[in-house]
Design a protein around this ligand. Structure first.
Ligand code: ZN
Length: 298
């Protein structure tokens, strides 16, 4: 099978094929450039988890992996199969999985297709980017790195950001003017706050390194540690601690520090970003068990 990078059209085309009783599709919000950001629901249980892909422009392979999971779940549901030790009907009735396959569609489009003449931000972002090659763009449409835009260690991060010479919109690592300043992060945080009672765990997919991050200062609970060890066992990925600029302002940090929920960043695959699309089935293979099991082990 030939693999292509997952752009926004590939995402929306794939979602059109995902019909039937197992899946519900809604819109989380619109991106800066007005693209609808889909959120899917698998299952009807009260206990819920959330999976998020493509915070970062050149990491849309994670959207592909989540689409593979959704298609797999629907197939297993229609066959009333047992997946690992869980009957899928049990998963469906007793658990709920929310999935945002592509939180940053504008950034994904920049990274795959560059910035077109019709883009109202074109001149500004070409300046931020230092040229027209956007293949390593990570931020959203206006140069805010969504995974540094959460309210977790934001002020400490601002200091480090200044030390690193980042003073405004950039292809990567600029955290924005204030936490949740971007429509993408604001909508996701609102969604999580509204469902705080029901959400029991969060997985965020990034690339690359085959590592699992779950720490935010010393807020790491015994529960988070033990779930982290199970994730490590199921995926073969290594449990690690983020260092330097990576350690602040991410969704995982915010979920642990603010929502008090076990949350994990999975750095999927191995190689150099952007990972070749051929890695998608290999990554899905490694993640399949945890994606099905997470709602039951967390
Ligand atoms: Zn990332």
């Amino acid at each position: 099978m030939e693999h292509h990078p997952v752009d926004y059209k590939a995402l929306t085309d794939a979602l059109k094929t995902m019909t039937g009783g197992a899946v519900e599709i809604n819109v989380l919000t619109r991106s800066i450039l007005g693209r609808e950001i889909p959120i899917l629901t698998l299952g009807q249980g009260k206990r819920a988890v959330l999976y998020v892909g493509a915070h970062h422009g050149m990491e849309s392979i994670t959207s592909g992996v989540l689409l593979d999971f959704i298609a797999d779940y629907i197939k297993q549901y229609e066959r009333a199969a047992t997946v690992y030790e869980y009957p899928i009907k049990y998963l469906f009735q007793e658990r709920r999985i929310y999935i945002v396959p592509m939180l940053n569609p504008d950034g994904v489009e920049y990274a795959i297709h560059g910035v077109g003449a019709e883009n109202p931000l074109r001149d500004r972002v070409i300046r931020m980017n230092g040229g027209e090659d956007f293949s390593h763009w990570q931020a959203n449409a206006r140069g805010v790195d969504l995974n540094h835009n959460y309210d977790a260690g934001f002020r400490a991060y601002k200091k480090k950001e200044a030390e690193a010479g980042i003073t405004g919109g950039a292809p990567t690592r600029y955290s924005g003017e204030y936490p949740e300043s971007e429509p993408e992060t604001a909508a996701l945080c609102r969604f999580l706050r509204l469902r705080r009672e029901n959400i029991v765990g969060i997985l965020t997919l990034h690339t690359q390194g085959e590592e699992i991050f779950c720490s935010c200062g010393d807020n790491l609970t015994a529960k988070t540690m033990s779930v982290g060890r199970v994730i490590s066992r199921f995926t073969g990925y290594r449990l690690a601690r983020p260092e330097g600029l990576a350690a602040f302002g991410g969704l995982t940090d915010w979920c642990i520090a603010d929502l008090f929920r076990p949350a994990f960043t999975l750095e999927c695959g191995k190689g150099e970003n952007p990972l070749p699309p051929e890695q998608r089935p290999l990554i899905y293979e490694r993640l399949r068990r945890i994606l099905f099991s997470f709602p039951c082990i967390v």
